[in-house]
Design a protein around this ligand. Structure first.
Ligand code: HEC
Length: 204
């Protein structure tokens, strides 16, 4: 019963023998090439998985994609100017997590003063900026994009700016990636409406 296998084995042995040294070397090289290919494929897989992982962690692509298209500085159109107190009483900003808004605003404070009498830091002072013409504060050297823009800061404009600063106003110099979650922007905007209000009104 075993004979056919033995014969086949012997034939295979003979075959390999008759391949000669060159052929064997070639076979070995083929193996090396194969190993390299496998390594490349593996590396590709690892990179692809890491890429997907990063995107999920960062989240900006997916979060933003699920929200309606944001306006840009050019498409904001006619804006209604309402006092900070008026905005804070609106359903949009009356029920936000203010502790979370304050924490998020730490990011802004790295470059902006939010307090009365605050001066220029890396970015312009933001006290009283709602209702102000963008890029108009004296004493700060704005980018050409912001200086030549033609809109007023409202919570709506700020929401679009914070979502994707570079998309809202290409050419601006605010080195900030943006806040991709709508709830995060609502929380930080509500907080800013409170702390940067310069009317002295009682705010909730
Ligand atoms: C890394 C520094 C940096 C961070 C962080 C940052 N900003 Fe800015 N911001 C700037 C700079 C610089 C400018 C001026 C941009 C220009 O001239 O194009 C600016 C401009 C602005 C303006 C325009 C002001 C005006 O008078 O027209 C607003 C509003 C603003 N930032 C809000 C924010 C908010 C809100 C946050 C936090 C969520 C924030 N920024 C985070 C640096 C920063």
């Amino acid at each position: 019963m075993r004979r056919p296998f033995v014969v086949a084995g012997a034939a295979a042995g003979l075959c390999i023998d008759s391949l000669g040294y060159d052929r064997m070397l070639w076979l070995r090289e083929l193996q090396v090439v194969n190993a390299r290919m496998i390594l490349l494929v593996l590396m590709g897989l690892v990179t692809a998985t890491a890429g997907v992982g990063c995107q999920q962690k960062n989240g900006s692509a997916t979060e933003n994609a699920n929200q309606p298209e944001a306006p840009t500085a050019d498409t904001l159109g006619e804006q209604t100017i309402v006092s900070n107190a008026g905005h804070l009483a609106s359903p949009e900003y009356s029920a936000t997590d203010s502790a979370w808004g304050e924490r998020l605003a730490m990011q802004c404070r790295a470059c902006h003063s939010l307090d009365a009498g605050g001066g220029v830091m890396m970015g312009p002072a933001l006290f009283g900026f709602f209702g102000r013409e963008a890029g108009s504060l004296g004493g700060f050297s704005f980018s050409q994009a912001l200086a030549e823009s033609d809109f007023v800061w409202t919570p709506r404009a700020l929401d679009a700016w914070l979502r994707q600063p570079a998309r809202f106003l290409p050419g601006n110099r605010m080195m900030y990636a943006g806040l991709s979650k709508a709830d995060d922007r609502r929380a930080v905007i509500a907080y800013l409406l409170k702390v940067t209000d310069d009317t002295g009104e009682e705010l909730e």
